[in-house]
Write a protein that binds this ligand. Sequence first.
Ligand code: 5GP
Length: 176
Amino acid sequence: MTLPPVLISEADIDARVQELGAEISADYADKDSIVLVGVLKGAFIFLADLSRRLTVPRTIEFIAVSSYGKGSRSTGAVRLDLDVRGNIENRHVLIVEDIVDTGHTLNYLIGILKSHRPASIRTATLLHKTEAAEVDVHIDYVGFGIGSEWVVGYGLDFAERDRTLPYIGIVQPGDG
Ligand code: 5GP
């Protein structure tokens, strides 16, 4: 079994997560605390690393969504599988996503989280497919802009495979 070729190395991810952590910590320096809402499953490793790079007090929640249809592209219809369990009313929420492609998922998540009446909502994603946007959704913190290739590793999967690769790799046509 060959490993997917490297798109973004472990060292580059680590350096960028450290930068994002510093930027986010500075932006929220005047807040008592923030709540990081990680989007399962793909964001679990990014959330773990980013959360440990912050200096602002923070708590962790999780939310899970899935797209209708099993294709590799989101069709725009998103379903809530797991809502946050803790009370986030009047809290400063930072959504932590692994990847934003068309923007439908993040747009849906913002709507769900707004219904919990937080004090504010911002968005962070490790990866952004910059050519794929279909929905005009604001992203406050982006790790890396990438092309339209399917990527795996650092939490992201291809049919549940390769989530624990330490780097971001590209799935080759014919893999799987
Ligand atoms: P969107 O709703 O922005 O089109 O899609 C976002 C979701 O599609 C992500 O949360 C992720 O689940 C999935 N996705 C899009 N592109 C990729 C990719 O290259 N690799 C992986 N593993 N998931 C992706």
